[in-house]
Design a protein around this ligand. Structure first.
Ligand SMILES: C[S@@+](CC[C@H](N)C(=O)[O-])C[C@H]1O[C@@H](n2cnc3c(N)ncnc32)[C@H](O)[C@@H]1O
Length: 250
């Protein structure tokens, strides 16, 4: 009984409309998508460009750089990690992405704007979109009518292990009461969404060097192909841990 009440409280918590909703993603959660969700869909990425448009300090950028040929990270807020500042919901692209295709958009979006992020990402990406969201985000009549019915996802990948996320910090020892899924849209795909589980993989996907965030070049030099001297979307470098109020992501 106590546990049910506690869970209900967790479900009711929500971010203020103007919150940045900064809940960074442990790197293994992104590797789980690329390595375990659907190996065929995420094959041959080394020639492709991915945009992480809400990258915070870059916790998703690094695992993306391990697989994609080019990774561009931006965020509407400057966390001091060297990423370009860009509001993803504005109807234009950052300078570094104006000349070439954006094959994939992959992010953990702010909860209070996840639907808008999905719509904007679907407009931009030529190959696909993957959003890491709370599993509860899948429900809701309005979201179904506005997003899922006109744009059915290709894959819904439920984590079997909990992916702990906390306000303003990554804590490898942390826990969470919240379940997450990857929702993936592959462009051109027709049919009903496929539901799958991401099998337990944290032990394999997690690396000691993930914490604290270190320069991606130290892990995967070949993957980092952007020009660090030009443009407004230079990516990837460590910053000190953000301050935190210790909140688990609601
Ligand atoms: C849940 S956090 C995820 C951070 C990062 N994607 C990760 O997984 O580590 C959401 C991020 O969205 C950013 N954000 C919020 N609104 C945005 C907007 N309109 N455009 C770009 N970024 C935004 C916040 O600053 C925050 O860094």
């Amino acid at each position: 009984m106590t546990q049910n009440v506690s869970t209900a409280v967790m479900q009711r918590r929500h971010e203020a409309p103007d919150s940045l909703d900064y809940f960074p993603t442990p790197p293994w959660g992104t590797r789980a998508l690329l390595e375990r969700a659907d190996p065929h869909m995420f094959a041959g990425l080394d020639q492709l460009t991915v945009w992480e448009p809400a990258c915070g300090e870059g916790w998703m950028v690094r695992p993306l750089a391990e697989r994609f040929g080019r990774v561009v990270g931006t965020d509407c807020h400057d966390y001091g990690a060297g990423f370009g500042v860009h509001d993803f919901l504005m109807p234009y692209l950052p300078t570094d992405l104006q000349d070439g295709p954006v094959h994939w958009v992959i992010t953990n979006p702010p909860f209070n704007a996840a639907e808008q992020f999905a719509r904007r990402a679907l407009e931009i990406a030529s190959d696909g979109v993957a959003l890491l969201v709370r599993s509860a985000w899948l429900e809701g009549v309005g979201r179904y009518e506005r997003l899922f019915r006109p744009h059915p996802p290709t894959l819904i990948c439920q984590f079997t292990e909990r992916l702990p996320m906390h306000r303003g910090r990554v804590d490898p020892e942390g826990g969470t009461a919240t379940a997450y899924v990857w929702v993936v849209w592959q462009k051109g795909w027709k049919g009903e969404p496929i539901f799958t589980w991401i099998p337990p993989c944290r032990r394999e996907m997690e690396r000691a060097s993930d914490y604290p965030l270190v320069p991606a070049a130290a892990c995967s030099p070949a993957a980092l192909t952007w020009d660090p001297g030009g443009g407004d979307t230079m990516s990837l470098f460590s910053v000190s841990a953000m301050g935190s109020d210790g909140n688990d992501r609601p």
